[in-house]
Design a protein around this ligand. Structure first.
Ligand code: PDD
Length: 284
């Protein structure tokens, strides 16, 4: 079955779906995006994803191409046309196409692209055995709270991780504090089973999975502190894990050369992953 994408108002086969060569997303990375999971035919956490999309658009003063209820309909149609029961929806909005000029164009209309693919790139071994992360400097800009398509530092960081045989790279700010992964949020579990994750400031993307896990922690009565943590603290933590829409929650068993939790996925990480999966499967 051939894939269908939504581009600037039309549903098109992937091979003929295209944006203009002067699209500002292409020339300036002047756009935002969201990645949503589909489980059992239902969108997971659609509301917070669309709320974050609206916020990203507002921060960059890009007009929404359609209302959120209209977007709901189009996203569902893309899922239907691609027969996705379990998979991923990618949604991108750029400021539109216009003759190249850094300042905002006066006449451009925002361009919405939506694609969907069957199967999420989940790796059961990664969840069962845990993954490794490396530490790299955070070379990104000061508005990482905006889900912008400008991802070059993230691309370079993930490639460094891949080359090092690691799953992810945790980025550290100038004070030696971990901000987040290149496409995931960062967590540790310290003594007395307190979960620590950086507060949602401009240095990180406030992950929708992060918010869901914070809810679970509150609901199940685990201890939590939202604050920055250092690499040294992470390396001596009881447990560490990462979260995102695509990988849900993965335990970390190695940070650089340091083994975490005796190289075994920690019990709290495993528990939180189970709660998260149960909640995600219960939608719809
Ligand atoms: N990435 N931090 C960064 C820098 C991210 O790019 C992402 C998501 C997250 C986690 O956010 P969420 O839980 O809402 O997925 C944190 C997506 C999945 C991506 O770029 O593919």
């Amino acid at each position: 079955m051939s894939r269908v994408g939504y581009v600037g108002g039309s549903y098109l086969p992937h091979r003929s779906a295209a944006v203009h060569i002067e699209d500002r997303g292409y020339q300036f990375a002047d756009g935002v995006y969201e990645v949503l999971a589909v489980i059992g035919g239902h969108l997971v956490d659609e509301k917070p994803h669309l709320a974050r999309l609206s916020r990203s658009l507002a921060e960059l003063r890009i007009a929404a191409p359609m209302s959120n209820p209209a977007l709901n309909v189009v996203v569902r149609e893309v899922i239907r046309r691609n027969a996705v029961r379990n998979g991923i929806v990618y949604l991108q909005i750029t400021r539109g196409s216009a003759p190249r000029d850094h300042a905002f164009p006066t006449a451009a209309r925002p361009v919405l692209v939506i694609t969907a693919c069957r199967n999420r790139p989940t790796n059961p071994r990664a969840a069962a055995e845990g993954v490794a992360v490396i530490i790299i400097p955070d070379i990104r800009w000061q508005r990482c709270d905006i889900k912008s398509v400008s991802l070059l530092p993230n691309v370079l960081g993930k490639q460094r991780a891949k080359k090092a045989g690691a799953f992810e790279a945790w980025q550290i700010d100038r004070d030696g504090q971990v901000t987040e992964g290149t496409s995931t949020n960062a967590w540790i579990v310290i003594a007395d089973a307190t979960v620590v994750t950086r507060q949602a400031d401009n240095a990180i993307l406030n992950g929708v999975t992060r918010l869901a896990v914070l809810d679970i922690i509150g609901r199940e009565g685990y201890r939590l502190v939202e604050r920055p943590f250092t690499v040294a603290e992470a390396k001596t933590a009881r447990e560490a894990f990462l979260t995102s829409t695509t990988v849900e929650l993965l335990p970390i068993v190695k940070i650089d050369e340091e083994l975490i939790a005796d190289r075994l996925p920690g019990p709290l990480s495993r528990k939180l992953r189970e709660f998260y999966q149960a909640d995600a499967a219960a939608v719809g």
